[in-house]
Design a binder for this molecule. Sequence first.
Ligand code: SAH
Length: 218
Amino acid sequence: MKKLTGLGMTSQRTRARMVERLRDKGIRDEAVLAVMGTVPRHIFVDEALASRAYEDSALPLGCLQTISQPYVVARMVEELLAGRERLGKTLEIGTGCGYQAAILGSLGQEVYSVERIAPLLVLARQNLKALPGIHVHLKHADGALGWPEAAPFDNIIMAAASLRPPPELLAQLATGGRLVLPVGGKEQYLCRIERTAQGYSETRLEPVRFVPLLPGTE
Ligand code: SAH
């Protein structure tokens, strides 16, 4: 809670500036822009980096992982929401510090999030506690396997890059559901896959840079 009060008004102004930068970069969905302006990103980064929390950049979060760049979070969530009234049930792969889970949770949806590194899950749980209105189901597991007990999902969003969409995740999509993920190794692009009654349709979006999806847990 110390971090929340520490930045006060400054944080509100810098948050508003961050939203303006997201608009400049092409984010159009007002619901997405609103939650990006409301969720305090500084509580998800190390105190030493809190002053940089509203820059549009990825930042280290420990265990060699990074908190995603706000633009990329907004862009991916926008892809999930496009043409829909509401998100529905969402699965996130790669909780990290919990920032994107908080964004998804603030959109008022049922959110499930899986992380393979145990200490990060502890960190995410602690960070999310500072936001009492947001509830996210968290699990320590290999996200490539999804969350079968909670499937099917209206959305699956991956915060780590895979050479191809994990088959278990495709199988856990509801009909009409969407999977948004970074595809590739050294070179990656964002991809949106929709499950229809006939099968899966894939749309290639823009180039991105994510940490790799790794197997197993630690
Ligand atoms: N969602 C975070 C981004 C975290 S970075 C945010 O809001 O900033 C990506 C995360 O994916 C890392 O924490 C990494 O440990 C995790 N990850 C990588 N492979 C995974 C896997 N197979 N299952 C679950 N998490 C995985």
